[in-house]
Design a protein around this ligand. Structure first.
Ligand SMILES: [Zn+2]
Ligand SMILES: [Zn+2]
Length: 340
């Protein structure tokens, strides 16, 4: 069914999750995720937000309307915690601050990516091009893949954080005892938040109930993003959370079980990568072409294709760190299985 013919399913409602804590869905229409949940913490001083939505007039209007339904207003917002700098989470933060005077908080590892990613991307684009050649992207597709994320810049009102939040720190949200858990992987500075009195895990994009977050290899991602992600999953084990509040899809119970599924998923992906190399291909591009995707490889295009190859590359790097494969650097690099 084409996107135009598909009936538009309604967004979930604004919901009271717990006393004083609300979820407000903010639409992200051209994305299959459809919406991001902004969580609203009520305090005597005014509301505090976790994430914001991306920077379009429709999303901003939905956020303002959601806050009105909660019984407050955008102008009352005191602080904005941002889980990570992807446009659907951080894009509106600057605009919220402009109309409310709220502080904006990020982990430093994401804060330091803002200039190169959203303001002066020329040098980063050069590094993305080099990465794509290393991965084996064909010349005909190189330019379009290199620029594939540029349209996303329009969805971000670039702003500097007022507050930097490190692992284990407690953001200043009066009456709430939130603590930050640094969970790099999906983004180098991704933050989850633990809320102990209701035993809630606010998981951002790190753990979602049905889909697996994209873990891209990227010039801004550090040398082993998938290794980081798997370590960050283990970091969330054993909290005994009553419910998980993710940024997309829906709330769920059973965090440890979901973590085990995600770990098993990536172990399966490792086997796919090794199977592809054994079948005779050696570049990240060709390896990705033999992996299993939600649609046929030939039909994956643009940003999605770059994300797919970057994901194959992230698995290759994690396998290299484990001593299972070896990269023979070149254009493209050749990946070989280490014979023990
Ligand atoms: Zn994200
Ligand atoms: Zn997201």
């Amino acid at each position: 069914m084409s996107a135009a013919a598909r009936p538009l399913s309604p967004l979930p409602p604004v919901e009271r999750v717990r006393p004083g804590l609300w979820s407000v869905p903010v639409p992200i229409p051209s994305s299959s995720l459809r919406y991001v949940f902004v969580y609203v913490f009520e305090t005597d001083a005014g509301p505090y937000l976790l994430d914001t939505g991306w920077n379009t007039d429709d999303a901003f209007a939905a956020l303002c309307d959601g806050l009105t339904q909660v019984g407050t207003s955008i102008a009352e917002v005191q602080g904005v915690l941002v889980t990570h700098i992807h446009p659907d989470h951080y894009g509106l933060a600057g605009r919220v601050r402009e109309v409310s005077g709220a502080w904006v908080a990020l982990h430093p590892a994401d804060a330091r990516l803002i200039t190169d990613r959203y303001e002066e991307p020329t040098e980063l684009l050069g590094r993305v091009g080099a990465m794509l050649r290393r991965m084996g992207a064909p010349d005909a597709e190189l330019a379009s893949l290199q620029n594939a994320s540029m349209p996303l810049r329009a969805l971000v009102d670039v702003t500097r954080p007022d507050v930097l939040i490190e692992d284990g720190e407690r953001p200043d949200v009066p009456g709430w005892d939130l603590s930050a858990i640094w969970t790099p992987g999906h983004s180098p500075g991704h933050l989850c938040f633990w809320e102990p009195s209701n035993r809630l895990m606010l998981a951002g994009d790190h753990v979602l109930p049905r889909i697996t977050p994209n873990i891209p290899f990227h010039p801004q991602a550090g040398s082993d993003p998938l290794g980081d992600f798997l370590g960050s999953l283990r970091k969330l084990e054993g909290y005994g959370s009553e419910e998980v509040l993710p940024a997309h899809e829906h709330r769920f119970v059973g965090l440890d079980g979901r973590i085990a599924e995600l770990v098993a998923h990536h172990e399966q992906r490792f086997l796919e990568v090794l199977g592809a190399i054994r079948s005779g291909v050696s570049s990240a591009w060709d390896i990705a072409g033999l992996m299993h995707w939600s649609r046929p490889w030939e039909r994956i295009e643009g940003f999605m294709k770059r994300a797919a190859v970057a994901e194959a590359m992230a698995h290759l790097r994690a396998l290299e760190v484990r001593g299972v494969v070896h990269e023979v650097r070149g254009t493209p690099s050749r990946w070989e299985i280490v014979e023990s």
